[in-house]
Design a protein around this ligand. Structure first.
Ligand code: SAH
Ligand code: SF4
Ligand code: F3S
Length: 482
């Protein structure tokens, strides 16, 4: 991101147009920060705590990019001058965790009067949560939502210059602001938003309410971002959206997700392409064909099933049946050899009977998942499912959940033996947390591999012999020419 600040006059009023307006506020904040630095004799620091999914982590990279552009330096802990919580509200326990941690921030603020605390993300899109922060957590200075993260500099300037609390949550938006800074966590891999929001309204899910309607970025903007990332040394990209398979449908000149993939594939330097998340109802034959013919698209598909019972799937508003889902899995396995399929499953949706649950276990066995995220149904107010009769008692849900986990683990352990003995390419990602002589990396199919190597291989794709399958990961040996 190159911003030409010479074109911006901070002595005049703020420009109306974005991203110019935010660039103006970045400079205005910078001026205030310089004063503070002089007074304190040190740099000012920031810290983020991010909850939830890849979209939120991507948003935090953008927020961090803005903060760094302003002049804040990243801190290691919450003892910082600007701390923000980027929240998730997909399940109740996500909210509980945020409020739990928020209390500890108050003590930091007592010690540091310069400290500014901000809350943003999906939870803040819920009016009752915003109200709770306004009334109960008076030490929170800035609150914004998912639609206006690009405005951070402006909100921060308002707070710094007025010394008042700033609340700015938008109900919705049709804007997509390009060209603001971003601070990437890894040098060699990066997430790229291809779309925002969701139109599916699965009956249990709060995401469409807090992330708004589906909006796709233009393919040329996405390709330009990927080209820039490749020039910066990125070898693996993850295309992000709540339902990537419906990408491009709302553009003035519609483009399919499969077409987008073929465009992105052409970018030189990008060696691996991943994407998240695929909704089974929109997974096209065209996409399967593109995946099958590609050397860059990874051999992994995350295909959330949610339930194995067609009756429950209907109540969930998922728009596919158990049989349709399983035939999709079969088609994928036939067309894309070695593909790993992973999923999300919800246990205890209202009205779920033992028979329905048995159907879920059956799908796990038949689909042969490489791994699965399993969730206990959480009632989200405002969603259709929250109004449904027959909410399932906790003890029944927990008992089913434990049984499901057992079957998922059995199937996954079996799947994870598949590549044992083979030589596969691995993207070396980081030093192993438990043994610093080892490197942790990922296969194309997303399985984790630990192998002995020098940290200088991090960021490179190297051949590794998968010597031993250990259930959820492999132990490997890097090949001589790697
Ligand atoms: N857009 C993605 C999922 C986003 S939310 C998709 O459609 O696949 C990630 C996962 O959280 C979902 O797949 C679902 O399994 C789970 N989830 C969403 N709402 C939930 C709820 N109310 N209770 C429990 N799990 C939920
Ligand atoms: Fe939620 Fe369904 Fe949209 Fe996924 S597709 S974000 S589960 S509403
Ligand atoms: Fe959570 Fe929002 Fe993602 S609710 S799962 S952070 S879209």
């Amino acid at each position: 991101m190159e911003i030409n600040y010479d074109l911006i006059d901070t002595t005049g009023p703020a420009p109306e147009k974005e991203p110019l307006r935010q660039q103006y506020y970045i400079l205005k904040c910078r001026e205030i920060l310089r004063e503070k630095e002089k007074k304190l004799g040190r740099k000012l620091t920031f810290f983020d705590q991010t909850f939830g999914c890849q979209m939120n982590f991507k948003d935090s990279e953008k927020l961090n990019g803005i903060l760094e552009e302003i002049g804040y330096v990243k801190a290691e802990s919450e003892a910082a001058d600007f701390v923000y919580y980027n929240t998730c509200t997909v399940r109740e326990n996500a909210n509980v965790r945020v409020y739990g941690r928020l209390g500890t921030l108050k003590t930091f603020k007592k010690k540091n009067p310069e400290m500014i605390i901000a809350m943003c993300g999906c939870m803040m899109q819920e009016p009752e949560e915003e109200e709770k922060v306004r009334k109960t957590f008076k030490f929170v200075d800035i609150v914004f939502g998912t639609h206006n993260i690009f405005k951070l500099a402006e909100l921060l300037y308002e707070c710094l210059s007025s010394k008042q609390r700033v609340f700015d949550v938008w109900e919705k938006t049709d804007q997509i602001i390009e060209d603001l800074p971003s601070d990437r966590k890894f040098g060699f891999k990066a997430g790229v938003n291809i779309m925002f929001g969701c139109n599916n309204f699965c009956s249990y899910c709060i995401v469409p309410y807090v992330r708004g309607r589906e909006r796709s970025r233009k393919p040329e903007d996405i390709v330009a971002e990927v080209e820039k990332l490749a020039k910066e040394g990125v070898v693996e990209i993850m295309l992000l959206g709540q339902n990537v398979n419906s990408y491009g449908k709302t553009l003035d000149q519609p483009v399919s997700f499969a077409q987008l993939l073929t465009m992105v594939e052409k970018v030189e330097g990008i060696e691996r392409i991943r994407f998240m998340t695929s909704h089974p109802k929109d997974l096209s034959d065209e996409l399967i064909k593109v995946m099958a013919g590609s050397t860059k698209i990874c051999r992994h598909l995350h295909l959330p099933v949610q339930s194995g019972s067609s009756r429950i799937l209907k109540k969930m508003n998922r728009k596919y049946t158990k049989e349709q889902y399983l035939s999709l899995v079969e088609k994928l396995r036939d067309s894309v050899p070695d593909i790993a399929i992973t999923t999300d499953i919800i246990v205890g949706f209202p009205g779920e009977t033992e028979e329905d649950f048995q159907e879920t276990l059956d799908v796990v066995r038949k689909a042969q998942y490489d791994s699965a995220f399993t969730f206990i149904y959480s009632k989200r107010s405002g969603t259709k499912a929250a109004e449904m009769p027959d909410q399932i008692p906790d003890e029944v849900v927990h008992e089913r959940f434990d049984r499901l986990l057992k079957v998922v683990n059995e199937v996954a352990t079996e799947q994870n033996k598949k590549l044992e003995g083979r030589v596969e390419t691995v993207l070396a990602e980081e030093i192993d947390e438990k043994d610093s002589s080892m490197i942790t990396g990922r296969l194309s199919n997303n399985s984790v591999v630990h192998f002995k190597a020098d940290p200088s291989v991090i960021g490179k794709i190297v051949p590794v012999k998968l010597e031993e399958a250990k259930g959820f990961y492999y132990l490997g040996r890097m090949c001589e020419n790697g």
